[in-house]
Design a protein around this ligand. Sequence first.
Ligand code: KG4
Ligand code: ZN
Length: 345
Amino acid sequence: METPIVILAIETSCDETSGAVIKDDRILSNIVSSQIKLHSEYGGVVPEIAVREHLKNLPIVVKAAFAEANINPDDVDLIAATRGPGLPSALMAGYRTAQSIAFTLKKPFFGIHHHEAHLYSPWISPEEKRLQLELFRPNISLIVSGGHTLLVYVKSEFEHQVLGSTIDDAAGECFDKVAKLIGLPYPGGPQMDKLAEKGNPDKYFFPRPMLQNQDLNFSFSGLKTAVRYFLRDNPKVLDDIQNICDLCASVREAIIDVLIAKTNRAIEITGVNCVTASGGVSSNKLLRQRLEQIANKKQILLRLSDHQFCTDNAAMVGIVAYMKHKAGYEPTDLDSDIISSWVLT
Ligand code: KG4
Ligand code: ZN
């Protein structure tokens, strides 16, 4: 029997500082310290604040991850960190910290692609806190976050083909920008989702950008602009809470309609019998319901990232490092740099 491998993983691509300890395919700890409250008064992530908070919180988070896992730093066999894409200064904080730990402990190091981490997170069982790769099959993977909207054909482990992506704003960015227009705090996605539950999605109509295009790309900036003009012409809508709920429901419906239509098309084109979703926006209630409906109708397997693994976290980074190690990938050079606009291939 092979000796188990213990991995320390670090994630700091945006506004969460996270550390996790993984033992083979099992997550022993996954500590996430969110900076959301600090950024919310600015209506978005302020890089200066993000990097200062990462540097302050990294030692605390890593220590807590070791303590919860009941693992001694000397027992670590491999160190991993998010290499990109993300905010350059934020990435740098976690990447350099992880490299320093690897250098000190004289252990191999893996720089992990942030989208690969999201991509495999739906295969983590929340009950067992374990990567269920034995259930893996070729799939269409929808990655929807604040920075990215991607449809990926995952043919086998680490064999990816990006079928579509956004040509401007990401889906989460659209939620956040519309929420800001409504006057909701950052990040607006979860707030809008909550209010939308009490609203009528047919009350107002907003465009479904690129819905008719045969390709699998997305565009959300026009939708955001449509809401801006709507509010300019109908400012009184914001005086009534029911109208706000209806507005949130109508915008959410437009965004999710597009995500679902393109995901459906990708499943049909590739003929896969599995669909997965990950990233912050995959927490969205309507998106999850609609994906369930597709999966039931088509009788295909649906793997949704559990809520705790939807937003940025180090466990998903550690899991990919484990997969890479097991598949025989070469470790990343200790003097390597971050790649802030790393494209998934
Ligand atoms: O994956 P993530 O934590 O960070 C990035 O890599 O970007 O995603 C954060 C994004 C934010 O835009 C946030 O508003 C959105 O995910 N989000 C949601 C929901 N929960 C988080 N959007 C819509 N509905 C939600 N329930
Ligand atoms: Zn992310």
